[in-house]
Design a protein around this ligand. Structure first.
Ligand code: ZN
Length: 271
């Protein structure tokens, strides 16, 4: 009996030490993050982002916030290369476009995201359910599934250095933001008071766009939007987010209501 009591005491002692250790580790980590907030991005990484148009349009305060978020992102996320040599350029550019959309939310660092898989080329995704292929294989440049994000680097790099409106990194991280309230439905975590307006504008424009693409004529201004946005409300939000960060003038001119909704959410603009 005494032996059992001793065993229980030992167990409680080990548990207590474990909890204390966890608290100290967490406290140390918070201190580390606090220090990072005043640490500029080292020049050997900054050189990859300082000439990007989105970085140049930030004010000094926004640059500090973004540089902190990039360093935290690099610290917390696992970058997993698949048949590609991982380097600082790849990591820094992915972190830049991942953190840019969440710049208004300084302490938000995609808490559910663990891994970023980087492939050299687009990936053939096989949709399996209980071992059966339930859908045709699809070729993807990126994918966001809660814990994991997939990026095809050659496409991402092309989009960064020869900017059009597409940006697979912004696209996938718009999905991650959309998922932050628990469901990927084209509604990111917005203030409750703005919910009805968001649904009316974003879903209303999505329905118009979908109807026009189904008829496949008289697209008018909707011909500016990649047809992939007609897939569903979540893809519409992700594609519109790419426009918002890559070609904001076009979005504002032709779709001012969508622009306004995205500005309310992202709380930053590049015009
Ligand atoms: Zn998507």
């Amino acid at each position: 009996m005494d032996n059992f009591k001793n065993f229980l005491l030992l167990l409680w002692g080990a548990f207590f030490v474990f909890i204390i250790f966890q608290i100290i580790s967490h406290f140390r980590y918070l201190q580390k993050l606090k220090k990072l907030k005043s640490t500029p991005l080292p020049q050997n990484l900054k050189k990859y982002i300082e000439n990007l148009p989105q970085y140049q349009k930030l004010n000094e305060k926004q640059k500090r916030i973004l540089e902190y978020k990039i360093q935290r992102f690099l610290l917390e996320k696992n970058f997993i290369p698949v048949n590609i040599n991982l380097n600082d350029e790849i990591k820094t550019l992915i972190a830049f476009y991942a953190c840019l959309p969440s710049i208004a939310y300084i302490d938000f660092c995609y808490p559910n995201l663990k891994n970023i898989y980087i492939y050299p080329h687009p990936v053939i995704l096989k949709n399996l359910q209980n071992g059966y292929v339930v859908q045709e294989e699809e070729i993807i440049e990126g994918e966001a599934t809660g814990e994991n994000v997939i990026i095809a680097w050659d496409e991402a790099k092309k989009e960064i250095h020869h900017p059009n409106f597409r940006n697979v990194i912004i696209h996938e991280f718009a999905h991650q933001l959309d998922a932050a309230d628990g469901v990927i439905d084209g509604i990111p975590p917005i203030e409750t008071s703005k919910y009805n307006e968001w649904v009316k504008i974003m879903f209303g424009e999505y329905k118009k766009f979908k109807q026009k693409t189904l008829k496949n004529r008289f697209l008018g201004k909707f011909s500016l939007i990649d047809k992939y946005a007609a897939t569903n409300e979540a893809e519409f939000f992700a594609v519109m987010s790419e426009y918002y960060f890559m070609k904001p003038q076009i979005l504002k001119k032709h779709f001012p209501d969508i622009y306004k909704e995205l500005k309310n959410f992202y709380k930053i603009e590049f015009i």
